[in-house]
Design a binder for this molecule. Structure first.
Ligand code: NAD
Length: 367
């Protein structure tokens, strides 16, 4: 039976990079028997312009029925004055909420030809390949009570509350252990159990789950402040890092800079199994709609293409196709192709289209 894929290109450079991912899907259909039913729809500013909402209920329903969603990016300065609940970015927030996407996966991989693009010394980052699994629907961003109140003495108090329950911790830790089984078999769980009860519970629940179901995976624990330091000092020590919403937000942004460019980084957000063995899943580059370069044909399509590779690996179990795409990307970079964001001074630059088509051609050569 054909897999159902929903493509949501969105705004700015989203549609430009999505075209390149689509040509890889077409190649896989023609040459590797990939059986997919494709659907495409509008989100973000593109949807506002036609339907007056950033995302329609109908699109949410299609996303729920799909085996996976490949998302571009949303955000368009044209809509900056609309009310907060109608902004283009609401599209991705609603998808995450309505599909119950609670685990964000960010692989941080440094392709050898881009060693010089990293902010760190080559000997520290060469061969870097780690994954951060961040809890995304709980923790301090959502906990109650929250708010700002004025105290009797006229001073004000701001409150946010870090809350995690056993099932919330367990389900994201499960994702991390499963990921580790597909990688190097090591999970580092990160919290602040020295000063936070929620961190203490986090550590206990992860340890307990590990003892029950994942003894084949190596588990270690680290305090979040130490983890930030270790990511800069010796990032290659990590395989999979699992952490809560706030620490994950900060650590994953820090880690993304180890590789140099936003245009290279894919991500996945996974939800629960819907009971029929199908897990809600959305794949997207970590970058936004980049309005400063939209329409110029110079965006780097590799983050979108690598998001497609993740989709094939984790939602369609097409490991061979995912490996082929990642290998083709490495080879194209080794051949010296660079879009503007990853070019160093004096290097020749290629367009979005040239980079995307070079990956397709390389896949043909490697297959
Ligand atoms: P951005 O990621 O769009 O751009 C930051 C910088 O990186 C820009 O200079 C941009 O040109 C560059 N860049 C980003 N992707 C690139 C690529 N593939 N190739 C080459 N250069 C690239 O972040 P921003 O400027 O803060 O946000 C722009 C809009 O995107 C905003 O409306 C924001 O809300 C939205 N946004 C959406 C998502 C999403 O859809 N998930 C994520 C982040 C930001």
């Amino acid at each position: 039976m054909a897999y159902k894929l929903l493509l949501l290109p969105g705004d700015g450079i989203g549609p430009e990079v999505m075209v390149q991912a689509l040509s890889i899907i077409r190649w896989l259909q023609d040459h590797r028997d990939l059986d997919v039913e494709l659907d495409k729809d509008l989100v973000g500013g593109a949807s506002l312009a036609v339907h007056e909402v950033p995302i329609r209920d109908e699109v949410i329903e299609k996303a729920k029925e799909a085996d996976a969603v490949l998302f571009g990016s949303v955000g368009d300065p044209k809509w900056k004055d609309v009310s907060f609940d109608r902004r283009p970015e609401v599209a991705i927030l609603r998808l995450r909420k309505d599909l119950g996407l609670y685990a964000n996966l960010r692989p941080v991989r440094l392709f050898d030809p881009l060693l010089s693009a990293s902010a760190l010394k080559p000997e520290v980052v060469k061969g870097l390949d780690l994954m951060i699994v961040r809890e995304t629907v709980g923790g301090v961003y959502f906990g109650e009570p929250r708010g700002i109140e004025t105290l009797p003495d006229g001073t004000r108090k701001g409150v946010n509350t870090e809350v995690y329950t056993t099932p919330e911790i367990e389900r994201v830790a499960r994702v991390a252990f499963e990921m580790a089984r597909l990688r190097d078999g090591r999970v580092c769980s990160v919290e602040k159990c020295n000063v936070m009860e929620s961190g203490l519970l986090w550590k206990e629940v992860v340890t307990d789950l590990h003892r029950r179901d994942y003894q084949d995976v190596e588990l270690s624990h680290m305090l979040a402040d130490n983890c930030a330091m270790q990511l800069v000092r010796a990032p290659r020590q990590f395989d999979v890092i699992v952490t809560g919403n706030l620490f994950g937000d900060i650590l994953s942004d820090l880690a993304s800079m180890l590789t140099g460019s936003l245009g290279m980084l894919p991500s996945a957000t996974l939800g629960s199994d819907n009971g029929s063995g199908k897990r809600a899943a959305l794949y997207e580059p970590i970058h936004g709609s980049a309005p400063d370069i939209a329409g110029k044909g110079i965006a780097n399509p590799l983050a979108q293409i690598l998001s497609l590779a993740m989709l094939l690996r984790y939602s369609l179990q097409r490991t061979g196709d995912a490996d082929l795409i990642e290998m083709a990307v490495t080879r194209v970079l080794e051949d010296g192709l660079r879009t503007a964001d990853i070019a160093t001074k004096g290097e020749a630059m290629v367009s979005t289209e040239e980079m995307g088509q070079a990956v397709v051609k390389k896949m043909s050569e490697l297959a």
